[in-house]
Design a protein around this ligand. Structure first.
Ligand code: ZN
Length: 377
């Protein structure tokens, strides 16, 4: 996913719009106005068609948002932290910070979204079933949203992790085997399989000449494959690292640099000698911030003696720091949120270490290699 903007915080949960969502709005409006409406509702004239198509794209957006909030609010009832809901080109994703505590919690959280989509579809079907006559544009819009919500409920209930149906299946396997990891492995394999099917189906559609649907199908399949693999790794990571403090992974006694050191001396005596990508900047035992390689990379070597480290200092913020007793999973979540791969570990205002993502991941890889399936925290 690319850059995202926060557009509101209903129930205190930030709703983020990913830039890729714009692609979906354009594609959906276009295919509604040029394909679905002219065929299913020929009475609409061109301007009504485009206006209804745009309303249809926004209505789909709202339907997905309601679906995601059904998940998020049930998750919160079970005590899970919901960091955000993001809408992107393939729909919505809720960022849950924790794994569900029990199979039952997993089941109800997963089933809430498709249940709400199915309920919306039922409500939208009322005028059609009851034979109530509406404006042509309203009929077309409701017809589309009825189909969209039915599809949302049906597609998401496919038994392939991380789709909702895969989570429902995972809750059953988890309950039957007692192992969240085994349940995730089985259902994630089905997720990768479904992803592959979608990619092949996209390829066949491409040969048949339906290239917009083909591309969308192909990339949805590719995304699903990747999401299935990523979710399995995330489950493993969470299970192996749960409750571990930052202290266990940090590098102690980090090499610090003074702000008045010249850039030439910094490169020679710090960067080339220690080969780190980030150095905390300290003056008389006081932590001022840090300097990164990326920050000084643009300066030509000939000018190094004319600059000092202080000019490239990134001042200290709470986002860049973490306490040694903090949960390492929270630290990793912050890294992925802020795009930093290193955090300064601070205790009582004093620098005590540096936490690097690669050290945590190396520990994780070693543990999986040595203990395999039996790896336990
Ligand atoms: Zn869902």
């Amino acid at each position: 996913m690319g850059p995202a903007v926060t557009i509101g915080r209903p129930f205190g949960i930030p709703v983020r719009l990913d830039a890729s969502w714009l692609i979906a709005v354009v594609l959906i409006s276009w295919s509604l106005a040029a394909g679905f409406f002219p065929e299913a509702h020929p009475a609409l004239d061109a301007s009504a068609r485009w206006a209804t198509a745009l309303a249809g794209a926004l209505g789909l957006f709202l339907s997905i948002l309601l679906h995601e909030f059904a998940h998020a609010l049930v998750a919160r009832r079970y005590g899970l932290r919901v960091a955000s809901v993001t809408l992107f080109v393939f729909g919505g994703v809720g960022d849950l910070r924790d794994e569900p505590p029990t199979p039952a919690a997993e089941f109800w959280i997963a089933v809430a979204g498709p249940a709400l989509s199915a309920l919306l579809a039922l409500l939208l079907a009322i005028p059609f079933v009851a034979g109530i006559a509406l404006f042509p544009a309203a009929t077309a819009l409701m017809h589309w949203l009825l189909l969209a919500n039915t599809l949302l409920a049906a597609f998401n209930m496919l038994p392939a992790f991380p789709l909702d149906g895969g989570r429902v299946l995972r809750s059953f396997v988890w309950r039957a085997t007692g192992s969240l990891r085994r349940a995730t492995r089985v259902t994630a394999a089905m997720g990768r399989g479904l992803g592959l099917c979608l990619m092949v189906f996209g390829g066949l559609q491409f040969l048949a000449g339906a290239w917009v649907g083909a591309l969308w199908c192909f990339f949805l399949g590719a995304w699903l494959r990747q999401a299935a693999a990523g979710s399995y790794e995330q489950t493993l990571l969470r299970e192996l690292l749960r409750g571990e403090p930052v202290r266990a992974f940090m590098k102690r006694d980090p090499v610090t640099v003074a702000p008045d050191v010249t850039l030439g001396a910094f490169v020679r005596n710090y960067v080339y000698r220690h080969r780190f990508k980030m150095f905390p900047v300290e003056e008389k035992g006081r932590l001022l911030g840090f300097v990164t390689l990326a920050g000084v990379a643009g300066i030509p070597p000939g000018d190094w003696e004319g600059h000092r480290v202080a000019e490239f200092l990134t001042p200290l913020t709470d986002e860049a720091c973490v306490e040694p007793d903090a949960d390492v999973l929270d630290a990793i979540a912050r890294m992925s949120r802020t795009g930093r791969s290193r955090l300064l570990v601070r205790e009582d205002g004093r620098l005590v270490g540096i936490l690097a993502l690669k050290d945590v991941l190396r520990f994780f890889a070693l543990k999986v290699e040595l203990e395999g399936e039996a790896a336990r925290p």
